[in-house]
Design a protein around this ligand. Structure first.
Ligand code: 5RP
Length: 263
């Protein structure tokens, strides 16, 4: 791995503890003005001090984040379908050229794949072609697996999808937490981060993040469970404490409640 690739990876995953808190606010590229992200600048600004990386789209970066913002960016570069397209949700292709990703000075890019759907080949080849370009310039690719409906999101499926992503060249894999998550982590040779999924009670989301880390995950790439929380800053701080400060779920929830009570 060359210096540039290693340098960018170190901006996504902290070398000190091998962990990361990624804040995902890319939902608008297929969900439109998602609750909590009506104004991304307003939502994200107070959260950034507890995030290692910000994951978002090109349009969100240009329109909501000022260029002097000091946060490594993971840019979503796949897209092309909306949440209204029930049959082909996430039948995605490339939506941002590598040149533009470089011009935006990103630390990594994210590409969604859908293993097990009729169009899996399109998404797998799309991601692989992007990885080939990224290898040329030393840009890590985060493969986003398993977003969408109708997929058995168990360890059997998630380990298959995650391992495939890594074997095809992804540098980091984003997937969902599940029972026997150790199997997903143990059979994937690159770092794994978990998505938060739909909003759940803060206590449960913190427990899930903790369990994923205990199973060997490198961190979280969380969105709705943070920005749709009753106290997004408190939740972001609590998630950060689980990931980087070894807080257990109870300690983290207490931290959240303490912050929420002062709001
Ligand atoms: C969509 C994504 C989102 O960033 C991802 O689902 C994370 O957000 P959340 O924690 O809200 O699930 O990659 O394809």
């Amino acid at each position: 791995m060359d210096w540039g690739m290693k340098n960018r990876l170190s901006k996504i995953i902290r070398p000190k503890d091998g962990r990361t808190v990624m804040l995902a606010v890319d939902h608008g590229y297929f969900m439109g003005p998602t609750t909590g992200l009506e104004n991304i600048e307003k939502t994200v600004k107070p959260l950034l001090r507890y995030a290692d990386t910000l994951m978002l789209t090109r349009g969100a970066l240009r329109n909501y984040i000022t260029p002097d913002t000091n946060i490594p960016i993971v840019l979503r570069v796949s897209g092309g379908t909306s949440i209204l397209n029930k049959d082909h949700l996430l039948h995605e292709g490339t939506v941002v050229d590598i040149d533009d990703a470089i011009r935006l000075n990103v630390s990594g890019v994210a590409f969604s794949i859908l293993v097990g759907q009729s169009f899996e080949r399109d998404t797998l080849l799309g991601m692989t072609e992007y990885i080939n370009k990224c290898e040329r310039y030393g840009i890590p690719v985060l493969a986003v697996t398993a977003v969408g409906r109708g997929l058995g999101k168990d360890a059997k499926y998630l380990s298959l999808a995650s391992r495939m992503a890594a074997e095809l060249g992804a540098h980091i894999v984003k997937t969902y937490y599940c029972d026997n998550f150790e199997h997903v982590v143990d059979t994937c040779p690159v770092p794994i981060v978990i998505a938060g999924g739909k909003k759940q009670p803060e206590q449960d989301a913190l427990q899930m993040a903790y369990d994923a880390l205990q199973a060997g995950a490198s961190g979280v790439d969380m969105g709705r469970n943070i920005f749709q929380s009753t106290d997004p800053v408190g939740m972001m701080r609590a998630v950060n404490a689980v990931v980087h400060k070894k807080y257990d779920p109870k300690e983290a929830y207490d931290l959240f409640k303490e912050h929420e009570s002062k709001k």
